[in-house]
Design a binder for this molecule. Structure first.
Ligand SMILES: [Zn+2]
Length: 140
């Protein structure tokens, strides 16, 4: 009689670039967005800012770009999800409402690394972000 040993299945390849949803027209989908943001921070833990020697690269035409940990210094609200290879706004994600027009920083994640500095500056001056920042400051 043989006992059946289950072979360990190889883990799913999390390097699959298909995981990153860079489309911006996914606002009709709301049910699947509670998703895999488990690796981000919350009110108790504060923003999640993993510092890696190398972040996953995304192709932009012929160039490859990736997240940079030095951007944490530029934006104190910045969070990075390793799972999604995307940046989020801790302030808006924690204190904001869902349909603020800044969903890319709240739900889908920002990963247009080429335009990060421009877009992040823009986000930090939106009324949505500034309002949420007030909530944060009154909370801590
Ligand atoms: Zn924000």
């Amino acid at each position: 009689m043989f006992s059946i040993f289950k072979k360990r299945k190889p883990k799913a390849d999390i390097d699959d670039p298909g995981m990153v949803d860079i489309s911006t027209n996914s606002t009709t989908h709301t049910s699947d967005t509670t998703l895999d943001l488990a690796d981000l921070g919350n009110k108790d833990s504060g923003p999640c800012r993993p510092i890696l020697t190398e972040y996953k690269k995304i192709k932009f035409g012929t160039q490859q770009r990736s997240f940079r940990s030095q951007w944490y210094n530029e934006c104190d609200w910045l969070e990075y999800s390793v799972q999604r290879n995307a940046a989020f706004c801790f302030v808006c994600r924690t204190f904001g409402s869902e349909n603020s027009g800044e969903n890319i920083w709240i739900k889908s994640g920002f990963n247009n690394w080429q335009k990060f500095l421009v877009k992040s500056k823009k986000h930090s001056s939106t009324s949505t972000h500034l309002t949420n920042l007030c909530y944060l400051n009154s909370c801590y």
